[in-house]
Write a protein that binds this ligand. Structure first.
Ligand SMILES: [Zn+2]
Length: 83
């Protein structure tokens, strides 16, 4: 558990965040990740591990559905947008 926390911290430090922006629809703070298709994907700010169920966008722009525990990424904002 501790090793995992350390890994995710160093990962976050190394990558840094893109600029935070406010979602034009719901006003939440989000950030954009450029996907491998060249699109800007609105994502949550929290970097997290997969749980075999959620979709994560990695910092290299890969969208992983049912991301496993070895995947670190951000959940797309559209699942959280409240309007
Ligand atoms: Zn929103």
């Amino acid at each position: 558990m501790q090793a995992e926390a350390r890994t995710i911290n160093s990962y976050q430090t190394r990558l840094g965040h893109g600029p935070h922006v406010l979602c034009p629809t719901c006003g939440s703070q989000i950030h954009f990740i450029k996907t491998v298709n060249g699109k800007q994907m609105p994502c949550q700010l929290t970097l997290e591990y997969g749980d075999e169920r959620k979709t994560l966008v990695t910092n290299s722009g890969r969208t992983v559905r049912k991301a496993g525990r070895d995947v670190i990424g951000y959940q797309p904002h559209w699942g959280f947008c409240k309007r």
